[in-house]
Design a binder for this molecule. Structure first.
Ligand SMILES: Nc1ncnc2c1ncn2[C@@H]1O[C@H](COP(=O)(O)OP(=O)(O)O)[C@@H](O)[C@H]1O
Ligand SMILES: [Mg+2]
Length: 333
């Protein structure tokens, strides 16, 4: 039986979400594979654990490929179920590449582009996908507030380039909040984005596949708070979801088409969730998540379920896609 190393936890602020994702995946694992849970602590230590809900004990090990003898367990493919930095951003994928082992999902480039909101938008624009007006700022640049005021209308959003879960994001509704919003975003990253705030519905679409990816039916997120922030996502939990959401045929087809193009634009592999803003009939691509939330109630699996792919089958397909990509990618040398 093939063994699948389920890597979860991790150093990002989405540590807990990752544990919930891994728990759902572990409990619904396809019978023909054996899951091997690998937990990364908040400090970044790796250990084999019994299950994603028994994290106390477990043998610690090193995964660094240059440290000689390290892995005592044979694993056929790895499945990183980590969200945010040090997991969804290409770093783990790079480590797995160095180690020369197959893994599920996007490679280094797709993961990195999918995490960096500045480069992600460039990739989308190059593909001709509509994105809201934005500007990238770096910590060491001299920032002229007057330029920002001239370029954008209120409200606007200020976000760190490389985080997820709405961490460090502010909605600026009054110009005198701009300074604090910039400071807050810069406390998380050297690179940030200023974005035109728009009043729009939030539509999401799941994508599955390698070189010929398919899109699911779209779903809608209806945030409870001012915007879909960290608290709304994980603490208050009052956000409502429409899975799937009924849209006009034309808009639905466009969303699906944009989702696939966004997936290809960043060179994602295996799976992703693409998030949109829908303003009457205008569609903007907001972002792509290359390791989307994967709990039983998460948008990514729920949309596939609504599109005819049940949870367990989804995991099965992802593992298969991981092996297939590995075969295709086998490089010289
Ligand atoms: N330009 C924008 N206009 C309106 N709302 C926005 C805009 N950018 C972000 N938001 C709100 O903030 C939330 C989080 O922003 P997002 O860019 O998706 O970051 P994250 O990667 O942390 O999810 C969105 O789901 C949406 O509710
Ligand atoms: Mg988002």
């Amino acid at each position: 039986m093939k063994r699948v190393g389920l890597i979860f936890g991790g150093k990002s602020s989405e540590h807990e979400v990752s544990i919930v994702s891994a728990t759902s995946v572990f409990k619904n694992f396809p019978e023909e594979y054996e899951p091997v849970p690998i937990f990364i602590t908040k400090e970044g230590r790796w250990k084999f654990v019994k299950s994603p809900w028994e994290l106390e004990n477990g043998k610690e090990f090193s995964f660094l490929p240059w440290q000689g003898e390290n892995l005592s367990v044979e694993i056929d493919i790895y499945f990183p179920l980590l969200h945010g930095p040090y997991g969804e951003d290409g770093t783990i994928q790079g480590l797995l590449e160095l180690a020369g082992v197959p893994y599920v999902g996007s490679g280094v480039v797709g993961s990195a582009l999918g995490m960096d909101k500045a480069f992600m938008k460039m990739a989308f624009e190059k593909e001709g996908l509509p994105v809201v007006k934005y500007r990238v700022l770096r910590k060491w640049e001299r920032i002229n507030m007057e330029d920002i005021k001239r370029e954008f209308n209120l409200p606007l959003f200020v976000k760190p380039a490389n985080l997820g879960s709405s961490v460090g994001i502010s909605k600026v509704k009054d110009w005198n909040q701009l300074g604090d919003a910039l400071k807050r975003a810069f406390s998380h990253d050297y690179k940030i984005l200023v974005e035109q705030g728009i009043k729009a519905r939030e539509i999401e679409c799941s994508v599955l596949g390698n070189e010929d990816p398919q899109a699911s039916l779209p779903g809608e997120v209806i945030p409870y708070r001012e915007f879909y922030d960290y608290e709304d996502k994980y603490i208050k939990g009052k956000t409502r979801f429409k899975i799937p959401v009924k849209l006009s045929k034309e808009v639905e087809e466009k969303i699906k088409n944009f989702a696939i193009r966004a997936f290809k634009a960043v060179e994602a592999w295996g799976f992703a969730r693409v998030d949109f803003f829908l303003q009457e009939n205008s569609i903007f691509v907001n972002e792509i998540n290359t390791i989307p939330g994967f709990t039983e109630i998460s948008m990514f699996p729920k949309l596939w379920e609504a599109s005819g792919v049940p949870f367990k089958e989804l995991i099965r397909r992802l593992i298969k896609l991981g092996f297939e990509r590995w075969e295709k990618w086998k490089k010289a040398g």
